[in-house]
Design a protein around this ligand. Structure first.
Ligand code: HEC
Ligand code: HEC
Length: 282
């Protein structure tokens, strides 16, 4: 089974070290965007970015290798359990604002590369901020219940040929595009039927467009070139520029991917079934 995943991303280029590979995975995964408080000149990966959600305000933790404030004392197994099962070293359960639900399909090799890279960055002795949540969500036990009810490890579709399969891995696992582009129910669970078909109130309450190939309500009319221009430069077909949180996704992740990975993402997006779902006005 694992053998199938080995060739999903472009192979480690000759001379590319595990650390460089890990940095690439971190870029694709958008880890730094969430774990750096960019708005307040926060230190790289030291956490503290606020996420205002309908459930309360969450703050990202420090993931630098500082042994007491970051994850410096963690083993690879601890790290893997956190990223793919949403469970901390002492058995505490994370809130799904940390998209481990998508990352649960991450390849072992990528987790290892990511961990090696994270060990190499500067340790920062900065304490985590406490989440600001209503009392009934403050007990991490609720996450355990949530997982029991809703969490199924994400298995990226593999019954497709290259490069669509690589695109599927990037979109559904590493780059977790569905976490924003899919609507959620009252419990914060993604609606599978409307996967990538857009959400009326995504992060920060913004509308998130339908990116399935539906011609009327999605991006079915965008050519390959248009889509590539958007994903790498943020330019929309009408000459406007991307806004909202998509700017971070483009600047911090997409723009840094190899041309062949961008092509793979486009191949995958063009291959999925169109799902009509009107998000904003015409
Ligand atoms: C959408 C924002 C977001 C993204 C993207 C994200 N994280 Fe996080 N992460 C969080 C939040 C918020 C928490 C805290 C969850 C909690 O307290 O339950 C967290 C928790 C963690 C933890 C647990 C740290 C601890 O001290 O217990 C680790 C490790 C982690 N993230 C690593 C990563 C890695 C590696 C990536 C990229 C592959 C990543 N995160 C991407 C928001 C994010
Ligand atoms: C953090 C949330 C978030 C993530 C993750 C995200 N997006 Fe977006 N995306 C948005 C928002 C918000 C917009 C609307 C931007 C605007 O208002 O200009 C958008 C817009 C787009 C558009 C333009 C569609 C249109 O009709 O204008 C495309 C294409 C797109 N995203 C593709 C992707 C892909 C591919 C990924 C994964 C690699 C991704 N997005 C990940 C939030 C996100």
């Amino acid at each position: 089974m694992f053998g199938v995943f080995v060739s999903l991303l472009a192979p480690v280029a000759p001379g590319q070290s595990l650390i460089e590979r890990g940095e690439y995975v971190l870029r694709a995964g958008g880890c730094a965007v969430c774990h750096t408080d960019l708005d307040n000149d926060g230190v790289y990966l030291a956490g503290g970015r606020a996420f205002n959600t309908p459930f309360g305000t969450f703050f990202s933790p420090n993931i630098t290798p500082d042994p007491s404030h970051g994850i410096g004392a963690w083993s690879l197994a601890d790290f893997s359990k956190a990223v793919t099962r949403g469970e901390g070293p002492e058995g505490l359960h994370y809130y799904p604002v940390f998209p481990y639900t998508s990352y649960s399909g991450m390849r072992t090799e990528d987790i290892q590369a990511l961990f090696t890279y994270l060990r190499s960055v500067k340790p920062v002795p900065q304490a985590d901020k406490l989440h600001d949540l209503p009392w009934y969500l403050q007990f991490r036990f609720v996450n355990r219940v949530w997982k029991y009810l809703f969490f199924e490890p994400n298995e990226p579709p593999i019954d497709m040929s290259e490069p669509v399969r690589r695109g599927a891995y990037l979109v559904t696992v590493l780059m977790h595009c569905g976490e924003c582009h899919t609507p959620r129910n009252l419990f914060g669970v993604l609606d599978d039927e409307l996967f990538l078909a857009g959400a009326k109130d995504g992060p920060d309450g913004d509308a998130v467009p339908n990116i399935t190939p539906d011609r009327k309500t999605g991006i079915g009319r965008w050519s390959r070139t248009t889509l590539i221009r958007y994903l790498t430069k943020g330019m929309e077909p009408d000459g406007d520029f991307a806004g909202g949180v998509m700017v971070d996704v483009i600047d911090e992740s997409l723009r840094h991917l190899s041309g062949s990975d961008i092509e793979a993402i486009v191949d995958y997006l063009k291959s999925i079934p169109p799902v009509p779902n009107q998000i904003a006005g015409p």
